[in-house]
Write a protein that binds this ligand. Structure first.
Ligand SMILES: [Cu+2]
Length: 260
């Protein structure tokens, strides 16, 4: 199992996650669902923030996001915000130290050592592969939006979500917020787009629920200490159920806070 140095989810939660994912391998209609979530924090001083949550059942994912403080308009239309699940990097968001060429902007390629390449494109419709990376007409747009879509995850993205290295990235920064040098540049991804259109604006690593949200005694339940393999499996399974329940609760709480 791959682990990033910054990986914050306790080993117990990971064990639970791995176990909960295992039933997906079995050919059964009753597949346990589990979830990961993240807060999206600004990159490049964009002022963009948000939340992302993914419910997974087998290979099927329901992605829910809300984003605020994003760039509002682009050429008289809503500013398109390409958004992806990035994988195969360090599983972290880039700091300004990632600005290799020193132009004051972390471009999408400069962020790749941190968050990796595109595993899934979070489009509104149609293809969700990396082929749709910059299919700007199929992404949400504007300063504030919500997103929800259910689709089949590819194996690489699913594996990254399971091992905690998947990172949600929202692209598109208000050009006025970039450095003077950055405002003049075109995107390294598409020479017809300004750098601001594709630069990362918000980012967050998907993780299972936080440890402090575990119920009392939860840490003991799943701890495989001095047991034979059979009972270890059973205990880890119990831990996974607890984790799923906690995740659902946290999301319900989140939904309430969004409405109020
Ligand atoms: Cu991306």
């Amino acid at each position: 199992m791959r682990k990033s140095a910054f990986f914050a989810v306790p080993a117990l939660a990971m064990a639970g996650l791995a176990m909960s994912a295992a039933p997906a391998m079995a050919d059964t209609a009753e597949q346990e669902s589990w979830s990961v979530q993240t807060s999206l924090s600004e990159v490049n001083g964009s002022g963009t923030s948000g939340e992302a949550m993914i419910d997974v059942q087998g290979n099927e994912a329901t992605v829910s996001m809300n984003v605020a403080g994003a760039a509002e308009t682009f050429q008289d239309g809503p500013f398109p915000h390409a958004q992806h699940i990035h994988i195969s990097g360090q599983g972290v968001c880039p700091t300004m130290d990632a600005d290799e060429d020193g132009d004051g902007v972390v471009s999408t390629p400069e962020g790749q050592p941190s968050y990796g390449t595109i595993g899934t494109s979070l489009t509104l419709e149609g293809d969700t592969s990396a082929d749709s990376a910059l299919a700007v007409e199929r992404y949400p747009g504007g300063a504030e939006y919500t997103y929800e879509r259910t689709f089949e995850l590819n194996d690489d993205t699913l594996a990254a979500i399971e091992d905690g290295s998947a990172v949600v990235v929202v692209h598109g920064v208000n050009p006025e917020l970039l450095s003077a040098e950055g405002q003049e540049k075109m995107s390294p991804l598409n020479e017809e787009l300004p750098l601001a259109a594709t630069a990362p604006a918000a980012c967050g690593t998907l993780t299972a629920s936080q440890m402090e949200e575990m119920p009392e005694g939860g840490a003991d339940t799943g701890s495989p200490v001095n047991t034979d393999e059979g009972s270890t499996m059973a205990l880890a399974g119990a831990g996974a159920l607890g984790l799923a329940a906690v995740g659902g609760g946290a999301w319900a709480l989140h939904r309430r806070s969004v409405r109020s």
